[in-house]
Design a protein around this ligand. Sequence first.
Ligand SMILES: [Zn+2]
Length: 596
Amino acid sequence: MPENILIAIAWPYANAEIHVGNLTGSHLPGDIVARYHRLKGNKVLMVSGTDSHGTPVTIRADAEGKPVEEVYKKFHDSFLEVFQGYGITYDLFTSTHTENHFKVSQAIFLALKENGFMFTQKSMQWYSPSAEKFLPDRYVEGTCYICGFEGARSDQCDNCGNVLEPEKLLNPKAKTGDGALELRETEHFYLDLSKLEPEVKMFLRERQSYWRDTVIGESLRKIEAEGLKPRPITRDLDWGIPVPVEGWTEAGKRIYVWFEAVIGYLSAAIEWASVSGMPEAWREWWVNPAARQFYFIGKDNIFFHTSLWPAQLMGAGKEFLKIFDEGDEPLSLPYDVPANQFMNLEGHKISGSRNWAVWGRDALTRYDPDALRYYLTVNMPEMKDSDWDWAEFVARNNNELVANWGNLANRVLSFCYKHWDGHVPELDPVDLRPADLELLSVIDGGFESVGSLLEGVKLRAALGEAMKLATAVNQYLDSMAPWKQIKEDKAEAGKTIYTALKAIDSLKVLFASFLPFTSERLHSFFGYEKPLFGEQYVEEISDELGTHTGLKYRGIDEFQWKPSELKPGQALNPPEPLFKKLDESVIEDERARLGK
Ligand SMILES: [Zn+2]
């Protein structure tokens, strides 16, 4: 029975380009797991989108003196380019600024209100008399009253990591514009998370045994130590989703971005179903206790996805479907949140503003996507922060990707193509020797060993295991030496080459989730007609808010996660090298670009 697997990936803010840290943090691991489940024949839905709301986006627009729509669309288009370039196969990558997302977010809001999990409360907020408006969170900077850091935002200190009470900020200053600030009273809706605390703890304890310890530390252990406190879910802003309560939007208030962005995982599934002409299909991943939901995020987002988002879903309960559509079932809850730590660059934190970054789009102009995907996977910050190092990038590309795997595939295919006239050697598989059968059984075992590591989202280990199997094929070839065998006995050499080809054909599938572009090419060299994966394309979607572009994926339904069934005598296509060896000069060239 195919399983329903939801791959939910953190929504990037529309205020900066995507760099390698973003890719390895969430988009790439999500894509690898999605591709694996597709190869297994499971029903995968992979969604995300551009986070178009919130102060990071409005501040960027203010700084550039442009309308917010223009700014978020510019970044959204560049995200679509990056994801196509790296083969990040979203079934739908949309935006939070859609009629559908507004409607779904408002229904969750109203369901929580109806179920008694909300209250309103007055608080003091920084107000700019010259701009005649409240300045929320990131618009105000000052000195942290906990650690004394001078560049703290009014709602959060990036130095000590604490959430701050805005009115306690010392020396407040407006981030844009000038003039004195004063505290004025404002009213907001709060999500009463304390009422949901017992359910959230139970949800986390049920998952504790298989979640990453770093994730449990930032969720269950944090709640056990500090409790779940009410949080505001509206803001004084004029850009964002209207508050579905009379008078609130008119008073200049919008739904707080933290509250609505996570709802995007649900709304994007609903939008995908609608634009795919199967309006009810989203329920297979969202109103289905057997569906498994995986959330791919960075460590700064753990609490939102492990604790607040489940609280929203549990609090909305059966009420959501009653308000939104029809039915009275609760929504599905996250199965796993394999959050990653951060990737640094040459020993320092990645910083977009100082150009201390390897940008996703720029890197693709000089390197092939699979070379980048390879390094981003072997170096993925799964348990602790990792470091992008250009010398290591070149070394691992040349010594592992090219020397161990690429040369193996190219050497065997070229040798076969030349000596067997473009065909897999003709033989009866019962004539294979014990050494041949032993190698094939080791490689077949990879579908279990690599598969179970992928299943548990241990991607570095999974790729390492596949690479180890490639080494085993190289060792087999070294001991059989078919280039000598062919001079003495072509039939014996044919058995060796057939065995190696079959092993490479299986390895191609084991590598495919990590290295989809080259695996697809290799697949075509073998002469297969049907591809391993489907295609990405961009679609324009229109609604009452206007037109937005969505990145989509046209999949193929086939179970390909199985050992090679390569037929003796099969016609091959002319092989070419899969990867490029990089010159050492790359290291200094790339280092010279940093920080300029
Ligand atoms: Zn601080």
